[in-house]
Ligand binder design. Sequence first.
Ligand SMILES: C=CC1=C(C)c2cc3[nH]c(cc4nc(cc5[nH]c(cc1n2)c(C)c5CCC(=O)O)C(CCC(=O)O)=C4C)c(C)c3C=C
Ligand SMILES: [Fe+2]
Length: 420
Amino acid sequence: MSSGRRGFLGGIGLAGLAGAVAASQRSARAARTAPLAPVAGGGIVPFFGAHQAGIATPQQRAIYWAVFDMVATTRPELAKLMADWTAAAAKLCAGAGLDDATPDPAQPGRDSDDTMGMRPERLTLTFGFGPTLFSKDGADRFGLAARRPAAFVDLPQFPGDQLVPGRTGGDLSVQACADDPQVCFHAVRQLARLADGVAKLRWVQAGFLADYAAGQTPRNLMGFKDGTINVATGEARAMDRFVWADASQGWMAGGSYQVARPIRIALEHWDRMKLGFQEQTFGRHKASGAPIGCRREFDRLDLDANDADGNPVIAENAHVRLAAPETNGGAQILRRSYSYDNGVSYVAERWPPWRQGMEYDAGLLFICYQADPRAGFIRLFEKMSRFDMMNQFTTHVGGGLFACPGGARPDRYVGEALLG
Ligand SMILES: C=CC1=C(C)c2cc3[nH]c(cc4nc(cc5[nH]c(cc1n2)c(C)c5CCC(=O)O)C(CCC(=O)O)=C4C)c(C)c3C=C
Ligand SMILES: [Fe+2]
């Protein structure tokens, strides 16, 4: 796949820069990310490598997201945990259990065995470090404060945020993704067992992705195709520019910053909206996924198009307009989100007819990766949180920013460049 950015900055003056950025971005964006891989028949995604798996990996069907808080207080204990987790993760992703070949019947197993005989289902385990690992309440808990990269800022409070402490922040993130939900859950469960006495679970979220034929974009719970335009994971230049931290970031080189936000969607409210309004909200047609006024999903998103009355075809506050690189100085993020369903909970609506009762506690576990959150999620969401039409239906109820270091070699552990 060719890079749409080829020739970018080549022979253009400053005057042409803005236009060239827009044109370049439009064409780079045509090169969409790799489609969902076909159901892989239990395939193995290599755990070791230059980058952690689970970022550029074509999205699997299920996620079990977990955030841990450190209980132990010393750096060697933290380093040992990461070494133990790395060794376990390599086994789990290869489809092996954690039990010895000849387990001792007089002892509890090292593995809960609930995936015994199953295939690895493209399991990936991606580890991240939270800001509180570097300093918490003014304390440099693990002697890491001086090693916190400049890019690893605290996420600001955004308008509309209703972050629940029990679903926010944390010291260590684990993103477990696989084509089978039990494989994801099993992996996190084993990591939690290994962490006993050293780190404890703070919050978790299970999620799922619709199972579409290869090449098709899955739909989110609002019924829209989600993931049409994304950073092209197969393009090294695009990934280096937007997703991977570079050498200037020291121990984070080859890593990526992970933003995770559980976003509750008022599905009952959304379902009462007319189709035309839903489409205006996103700026795309529901059935085809095409930009408004176009017929095909991958038709170019023309943000300059006006209708016969001179009004923009894609509304000023449509989601895709506010999220597009053209309106964000070229910013792009790699989205890797999953729908979630936590059952129902009691809600007193803030909108007519002020219904009170049980509503779905469901939505999107929004996850994205970027080389620098200041130029990625924060840049985009500062504007979107104020103006996006979609905000009428969505509430960010938790989340965090985590620094995922680069991948490990087989003789190293994830994060060793920081902790070793
Ligand atoms: C700050 C970043 C973003 C948040 C938060 C977010 C939430 C969110 N998005 C959808 C549904 C769709 N998003 C789509 C496109 C899209 N969204 C973002 C960013 C955030 N979304 C970006 C960068 C883009 C791509 C824009 C572009 O380059 O054109 C779409 C359209 C289809 C697609 O391109 O994927 C949908 C649909 C939901 C439901 C949601 C929170 C609940
Ligand atoms: Fe979006």
